[in-house]
Write a protein of this length. Structure first.
Length: 278
């Protein structure tokens, strides 16, 4: 088995079956026990996998200071989000302000509070004057977590320009109800998916591919966004137990096809279960 490509995803699926059966499957496949890595490694690997942009929000929703310190350097983090991180603003259900980790694993690295550039016409005024993608990004870059209700109300009173709506909708921290307010047409939804926006981990496991990439990201999620990873496991678990269970032939089939399988994790599990039952 190609260890680099297959092992993390297989481990994630094996977490849904009986531990004794999982140990038997690991011996058959020769993959050993799951490895425990430092959080910094997990975050670096997540970037390598080109995970959907929404996983950043899943990390922030954890309201864990150490995870927030890793998220601070994510390339999809806006300065407004960095400011919220440094101010201890919670993105999940915790009560703030959160403790803040102001240093990271890189020597000399400090998490400073960015200075945001707000339009002289104000936050909403800048969004209303966005007539290009560049001006829309600049205006939207000043929107912090506390500003979303104001933005949503302004759009209800008079729809914001299309550029501003699109840039705001692709912000990972855009509230789902506000994103729905900006657009619900199938073409809009498709464009959001291409931009890496996914509603939740259940949708990710059920509708995104290729399966190897999705499962690798979810495996990393057990360390970086465990609540969302469990959400995906709850969807996949019954299917894995029914289609694969302790069937060594089904797991061997999964290990063979995983590197090139273009479908979703749910399609992968069903396919391998069907192959093994023939």
């Amino acid at each position: 088995m190609d260890r680099e490509n297959n092992v993390p995803g297989v481990h994630f699926l094996l977490s849904s079956v009986d531990p004794a059966d999982a140990a038997t499957v690991r011996r058959r496949l020769g993959i050993g026990e799951p490895e425990v890595e430092r959080a910094g490694w997990w975050a670096w690997r997540l970037l390598q996998l080109r995970a959907p942009r929404s996983v950043l929000l899943w990390m922030l929703e954890r309201d864990d200071p150490a995870t927030n310190a890793l998220a601070y350097h994510h390339p999809n983090v806006t300065d407004a989000i960095r400011r919220d991180i440094v101010r201890g603003v919670p993105f999940g259900t915790a009560r703030g302000p959160l403790p803040v980790v102001r240093t990271c694993v890189t020597p000399g690295c400090v998490h400073d509070e960015p200075r945001l550039v707000v339009s002289p016409f104000g936050l909403v005024g800048g969004l209303r004057r966005a007539r290009s993608m560049a001006t829309a990004r600049a205006a939207a870059g000043a929107v912090g977590k506390a500003d979303w209700p104001e933005v949503a109300e302004a759009d209800r009173v008079e729809p914001l320009p299309g550029y501003a709506r699109w840039v705001l909708s692709t912000r990972v921290d855009c509230p789902p109800e506000v994103r729905a307010q900006f657009g619900s047409h199938p073409k809009f939804t498709h464009r959001l998916k291409r931009a890496g926006i996914v509603a939740d981990a259940r949708e990710y496991a059920d509708h995104w591919g290729p399966a190897r990439s999705v499962l690798d990201v979810l495996r990393l999620g057990t360390a970086l966004f465990p609540a969302r990873a469990r959400e995906a496991a709850e969807l996949l678990g019954p299917l894995v137990r029914r289609e694969l269970g302790a069937n060594l032939d089904a797991w061997a089939a999964l290990a063979r096809v995983l590197p090139t399988f273009s479908g979703t994790p749910t399609e992968l599990v069903r396919t391998c279960g069907e192959v093994a039952s023939v």
